[in-house]
Design a protein around this ligand. Structure first.
Ligand SMILES: *[C@@H]1O[C@H](CO)[C@@H](O)[C@H](O)[C@H]1NC(C)=O
Ligand SMILES: *[C@@H]1O[C@H](CO)[C@@H](O)[C@H](O)[C@H]1NC(C)=O
Ligand SMILES: *[C@@H]1O[C@H](CO)[C@@H](O)[C@H](O)[C@H]1NC(C)=O
Length: 345
């Protein structure tokens, strides 16, 4: 009897031994989309000074908001049709599965900070629009204009280009030639996702995943959304399972790209579920991209994935103008923030 039960135990030790060893030297891990290095380092510093995984995700994303990473995170970027910058952000605790998020947040700079307050001071998950602004003010955030000279210039240039590009369809006047206001047209062209023109610039959301030494996970996002979006539009970023997802029993993931497409496939949730099923993070990320490709071959998007022992990976959908995706990694093994690239599939 004793021999019989010892044998499998030995196997388990042999199999898990190296993984645990590698895992422990790889953790903690900070992983984020795009080469937003200062965000990675801010998250790492937070962990080193004893902060939690949630603190790390918040400080990392807040760094990007303050730095206006690529003009696609924080104030003064991606004006919508009315010229206003609005923000989407989310933070998720993979231990408790609690989420705080804000969508279409107006006139508050620190969106991830407000998302954290939703997580900690309410039993809700997602607050939006003007009401989210009121909530933020009650939590002590400053109500201020998010427009800058740069965002005003981008918007007036767009108006001068007859409002191209825009995101309307089946309306009059013809949205490919004219500005609005638009009314519904009588003829409805079927939706054609396979032929969607993609602008690969201007959706560089920060998505961040943090795995702690003890395997605690958190994930978050922050973005100012799609440039020239219709007023009120919310993308994947503030939606749990879409923009990001974390679960201590499997791993964590985050997505970036065309939020209107990504949102429909819950890519972060799906990646975590693939990892739960035993896939390596890079394979989990690839499978998520392949699923979307079937319906929307020309979508712009990338996913980052990490499991609870600190393995990580990424994947992206290959386009003529987007063949490689850069992301940041910081773990104990590297002991510095490192930009890595993955070839899109
Ligand atoms: C990152 O931080 C350094 C040091 O504070 C600063 O010089 C640099 O401009 C920052 N990078 C970006 C992209 O803002
Ligand atoms: C979608 O657009 C492509 C390219 O114009 C075309 O080949 C295809 O037939 C269209 N599909 C539908 C369902 O309209
Ligand atoms: C990690 O890097 C810091 C400086 O960046 C250094 O002080 C520390 O000794 C390094 N740790 C290891 C384990 O190499």
């Amino acid at each position: 009897m004793a021999r019989k039960s010892n044998l499998p135990e030995l196997f388990v030790l042999v199999l898990l031994g190296p993984a645990l060893e590698v895992g422990s030297s790889r953790l903690p891990l900070v992983l984020n989309t795009w080469p937003f290095k200062n965000a990675t380092e801010a998250a790492w510093r937070t962990l080193l000074s004893g902060g939690s995984v949630l603190d790390a995700v918040e400080s990392g994303c807040a760094m990007c908001e303050a730095e206006q990473c690529d003009g696609t995170v924080g104030f003064g970027g991606s004006p919508d049709e009315l010229g206003e910058t609005t923000l989407d952000a989310m933070i998720m605790d993979g231990t408790t599965m609690a989420v705080g998020a804000v969508g279409d947040l107006r006139r508050i700079k620190n969106a991830i900070g407000v998302a954290r307050k939703v997580l900690e001071h309410t039993t809700h998950t997602l607050l939006v629009g003007e009401s989210a602004t009121k909530f933020a003010e009650s939590m002590g955030f400053t109500n201020e204009d998010l427009s800058t000279r740069s965002s005003r210039a981008i918007h007036s240039d767009w108006l001068a280009r007859k409002c191209q590009p825009n995101y309307w369809r089946n309306v009059v006047p013809d949205p490919t030639k004219h500005c609005g206001p638009y009314k519904p047209s009588d003829v409805l062209e079927p939706s054609n996702l396979t032929y969607r023109e993609t602008d690969v610039h201007g959706h560089d959301t920060i998505g961040m995943v943090v795995i702690h030494k003890m395997g605690r996970t958190a994930a978050g996002t922050s973005t100012n959304g799609l440039k020239f979006k219709i007023h009120g539009r919310i993308g994947d970023s503030p939606v749990p399972g879409a923009g990001a997802y974390a679960d201590d029993t499997a791993g964590a993931a985050a997505a970036t790209g065309d939020g209107d497409t990504l949102l429909r496939f819950l890519p972060s949730y799906q990646a975590v579920e693939y990892m739960r099923g035993g896939d390596e993070p890079s394979v989990a990320c690839q499978k998520v991209i392949s699923r979307i490709q079937k319906y929307s071959p020309k979508f712009f998007g990338a996913v980052i994935c990490a499991n609870v022992i600190g393995s990580y990976g990424a994947a992206c959908n290959k386009l003529p103008t987007f063949t490689q995706f850069s992301f940041m990694v910081y773990n104990s093994l590297k002991n510095q923030s490192t930009e890595e690239k993955v070839d899109c599939i």
